[in-house]
Design a protein around this ligand. Sequence first.
Ligand code: FE
Length: 226
Amino acid sequence: MINFEALFKVSYGLYLVCSGDKNKGNGYISNTFFQVTAEPAKFAACCNKNNYTTELIQKYGAFSVSIINQDTPPEMIGTFGYKSGRDIDKMAGFNIKYSDTGVPIVLDSSIAWLEFKVVQTVDVGTHLMFIGELINAELIDESKDPLTYLYYRQVKKGVAPKNAPTYIDKSRLNVNSKDSSLKKYKCLACGYIYDEADEDIKFKDLPDDWLCPVCGSEKSDFVEIV
Ligand code: FE
């Protein structure tokens, strides 16, 4: 038997993985990025095959990783985590650096950045796991803590998007409704669910300028769900 609640006990960091070039760059928020060897330093990044960034990493053979901090604005997570680079230019308005491989490196809300050359690609089904050899690393701001998946879930109340390797369909969780008069509202942009059973205030009573805590979408972007 698999209790999917147990999977939430696995800890992860949240990172911004980018690739492309000066003309067309793209990135996404990843929680499956981790070091696999020390000498030489190699890291793995698991990317959904449907992600535009995955295409770019295959094309350019390189990627960057920005280690984002706990104060990363929800709008930034919304842009990189819940929108597609096929529809918008995700890099617009961000402070971008280009180093040896020419891939974009996002500096906003970043504690440090790392740059990799892809040395191996492993097909793991829905995702490609890119093994990157570290070629550059720099610290930007040591005053803040890195954003972890636990912090994102518990403090920011974020959820994994459908393309994430760790996405769990809510229907697989044991959710008990405490009060049938309490409703749930879902953000159409990112999937975040405002569950009145877990909140002190009903959704309709939230101020008009209230924004989705995950992606920064407006209240009008939410729909009631059953
Ligand atoms: Fe949202």
